[in-house]
Design a protein around this ligand. Structure first.
Ligand SMILES: [Zn+2]
Length: 434
């Protein structure tokens, strides 16, 4: 009799387990997407009206960003970077710039939320407009002392004897990987083949064009690489130009500004899927798992284009990211038990300015440094975009707070108000696994 009870109890437990609703997280990281980058995109597209989808998300907070100092991790560096930011979001631990899911003190591997989800039977995926092995997605799927150890043979791999990040990512055996970088498909790997062959042998369908992606059955285990390196931004600046040094008249006494002008479509963005299209394929591929899924989506060009003082590239990436957030929330409503978490890893350099400040002597246009571009907004207003961390097109990250927005958490409160970047991981872990 007792054994029958035990058997019944076991059957009940097994049944209950299989009836537990799947839990899903769609984590969206806008690389470099602080409030200044958002303000610039909002001004350009909506003339300052709160019409971004993210503007309508009610559960929101402000994330303090800092990292540990590379040379001495007992010290703090007050501006973040992509590998340390993504590592902190993925593992709940701070590290230094350059380190990919690696402890800054003892060099040990920090287990990521994606790895744990996969161990527990969740489906997993990454989508990014950066090259496939770039820092953000690497920090969820690989471990390396130096983020630029992409493929075999690079000096960055030899320094600490790291396994190339891209090999680790393929061996991680995700269900879907969509990002930039066709060039890496031809890179050698330690098994004596190419990266593309390694992905194929791991069971991935390897694709390189938008046409292939749109014709592919969702659920196909896919490695998609689009664009030669990073996915090119959707827009470029007027006449293909970014921000420039402020020009002066011949006497050197007056600034001469170009007429405000519109961003232009990037001719190189050709047969390349949008972030939304990649993300839709990924969600469709992951959504029917009985355990659930973890998907990380990165809009990478807000950062990369800001480094080069290209406001139009950043704006187009941010708007594409915002449309993708809207789509993710729509899916979360349809699927239920799905949390959408939207944040950034660190701040970037672009500012919206009045005009370069020259009204208070001894300030003059002659000493107004930095790079400026005057854009024409959709509503016909001039928008002064400005990069002042450098006088060349190599702009720096900034230590400003970044936003966080959530939808679908059982308890959104821990991610509202002013929080730290380490606070995000425990909320994801609790939602998915408890
Ligand atoms: Zn950056």
């Amino acid at each position: 009799m007792r054994s029958i009870f035990i058997a019944l109890a076991l059957i009940c437990a097994a049944t209950m387990q299989s009836f537990a609703a799947p839990k899903n997280i769609i984590l969206l990281i806008g690389d470099g997407m602080d409030e200044a980058q958002i303000a610039m995109a909002r001004a350009y597209e909506f003339d300052g009206k709160p019409m971004l989808f993210m503007d309508q998300m009610k559960n929101r907070g402000s994330v303090i960003v800092y990292q540990l100092l590379y040379e001495d991790p007992t010290k703090i560096q007050f501006a973040g970077e992509s590998s340390s930011g993504a590592t902190t979001i993925a593992t709940g631990k701070r590290t230094t710039a350059m380190r990919v899911a690696i402890d800054a003190f003892d060099g040990s591997h920090l287990k990521t939320i994606l790895e744990e989800a996969q161990e527990r039977g969740f489906k997993t995926g990454i989508v990014s407009t950066a090259r496939m092995p770039d820092a953000t997605q690497a920090s969820f799927t690989a471990h390396a002392q130096i983020r630029y150890c992409f493929v075999m043979g690079q000096e960055e791999c030899k320094l600490f004897n790291d396994t190339p990040i891209l090999e680790q990512m393929i061996d991680r055996d995700l269900d879907v990987m969509l990002a930039g970088g066709t060039r890496y498909l031809y890179a050698p790997e330690t098994g004596g083949k190419t990266i593309g062959e390694k992905a194929f042998n791991q069971g991935f369908k390897v694709i390189t064009t938008r046409t292939e992606l749109l014709n592919l059955e969702p659920g196909t285990k896919t490695y998609g690489a689009f664009g030669e390196d990073n996915v090119p931004p959707e827009w470029v600046g007027p006449h293909g130009q970014g921000a420039q040094e402020i020009k002066l008249n011949q006497a050197g006494t007056e600034a001469v500004f170009d007429d405000p002008a519109r961003c232009e479509p990037n001719p190189v963005h050709n047969d390349i899927p949008t972030l939304e299209e990649m993300s839709k394929f990924a969600i469709e591929s992951l959504k029917n798992d009985e355990e659930g899924f973890f998907l990380m989506i990165e809009g990478a060009q807000t950062d990369k284009e800001a480094h080069e003082a290209h406001p139009c590239g950043s704006i187009s990436d941010l708007l594409a990211f915002d449309r993708t957030v809207r789509m993710a929330v729509d899916y979360a409503k349809e699927l239920g038990d799905t949390a959408v978490i939207v944040t950034a890893d660190h701040g970037q350099a672009a500012q919206v300015v009045f005009t370069p400040e020259v009204y208070y002597p001894p300030a003059t246009y002659v000493n107004a440094k930095g790079l400026l571009q005057v854009l024409l907004t959709k509503g016909g207003n001039p928008l002064y975009t400005y990069y002042g961390t450098n006088n060349a097109d190599a702009q720096s990250h900034t230590g400003v707070n970044v936003p966080i927005y959530t939808y679908g958490l059982d308890d959104p409160e821990p991610l509202t108000g002013v929080i730290e970047q380490v606070d995000i991981y425990p909320v994801m872990k609790k939602f998915l696994f408890e």
